[in-house]
Design a protein around this ligand. Structure first.
Ligand code: C2E
Ligand code: MG
Ligand code: MG
Ligand code: MG
Length: 292
């Protein structure tokens, strides 16, 4: 067409670009609508002790529960929210949901030890964050040691001179710190040295490769996972493996001494109302058993 020949026309009429722009506008709309209508929720995925299968805690994972379109995954929402600045409001709303859900779950199960890992974007790392989190954990009666702050290399690399101060303050308040997607960054090991890390989460790409059909890849990734685990233990960190889908993977990780695991093999992320219904059913079942 004529317009395609124009200097900027080709870009304006590029159907792919148009698709991209439209898609972004739709996601921005979803975010605002979700925030206004309280559609965002924190789903919980169990984190289990590899050896025993016992649930030690949960990771809170953002979901948009849309009345027509169902449950929407977080990655595109977070990417757009980080671009347009909505991440502060979005992160704040999901954080509050996560803590409220943990309080309800603890109340329902009587378990006051389970921990909760919450993901944070670099842009949420504002100097006021530790105090705001402290206000929330106090409000919901949650001990700070039960909260794990999950960050990735993106946060540690972010051009923010206050990161270390904020992390130290979290540490002083008693919150724990986890390095998420460990091993995929540029200089993962150096972070163990420079930041007060409590938990290392080995990225799921390594876990997937443990049982790869390519024997060389399989061998190398096993050596890497075993090595990361040994180093992390020497640094007095707990090791969590992400994305465990098969019992073969679980067995290998158990042999390497990995502490905790998370993945579809154990459970998918679920609404906390579902978890609570399961917990009360199990309780009812065990009561029946003990009643004979
Ligand atoms: P992540 O923190 O590394 O979370 C783990 C992701 O792996 C989750 O994807 C989870 O559903 C998925 N997963 C768990 N087990 C398995 C498995 O066995 N197989 C496979 N294939 N996947 C598994 P999800 O929920 O889509 O979240 C994607 C990412 O979005 C998260 O990665 C995290 O970086 C970010 N995210 C999620 N919730 C929040 C949030 O509340 N705030 C921020 N800032 N980021 C969040
Ligand atoms: Mg995470
Ligand atoms: Mg991860
Ligand atoms: Mg990730």
């Amino acid at each position: 067409s004529k317009k395609r020949d124009g200097k900027n026309g080709a870009q304006l009429y590029d159907p792919q670009l148009q698709d991209h722009t439209r898609q972004r506008a739709e996601i921005e709309h979803d975010i605002e609508e979700g925030l206004a209508n309280d559609w965002f929720d924190a789903f919980f995925q169990p984190i289990v002790e590899i050896q025993s299968g016992r649930v030690m805690g949960y990771e809170a994972l953002m979901r948009l529960v849309h009345p027509q379109r169902g449950i929407l995954a977080p990655a595109p929402l977070i990417a757009v929210a980080e671009e347009n600045g909505a991440i502060t409001r979005l992160g704040g709303q999901v954080l509050e949901k996560a803590l409220a859900n943990l309080a309800r779950l603890s109340e329902a199960t009587g378990d006051q030890d389970l921990y909760l890992a919450v993901n944070f974007s670099p842009l949420q790392f504002d100097p006021s964050l530790p105090v705001r989190l402290a206000a929330l954990t106090t409000e919901y009666g949650i001990a700070p040691r039960r909260i794990v702050i999950e960050i990735t290399e993106a946060t540690l690399l972010h051009d923010n001179p206050q990161i270390l101060t904020i992390l130290d303050e979290f540490n002083r308040f008693g919150y724990r710190l986890a390095l998420d997607d460990f091993g995929t960054g540029y200089s993962s090991l150096s972070y163990l040295n420079r930041f007060p890390v409590d938990i290392v989460k080995i990225d799921q790409s390594f876990i997937r490769a443990l049982a790869d059909e390519n024997p060389e890849l399989r061998h190398k990734s096993r050596m890497l996972v075993e090595g990361i685990t040994a180093i992390s233990h020497k640094m007095e960190c707990t090791v969590v493996a992400e994305g465990i889908e098969t019992d073969e993977q679980r067995q290998i990780l158990a042999d390497f001494g990995v502490d905790y695991g998370q993945g579809y093999l154990f459970a998918r992320p679920q609404a906390v109302t579902t978890l609570m219904a399961d917990a009360s059913m199990q309780l009812a079942r065990s009561r029946k058993v003990s009643a004979g």
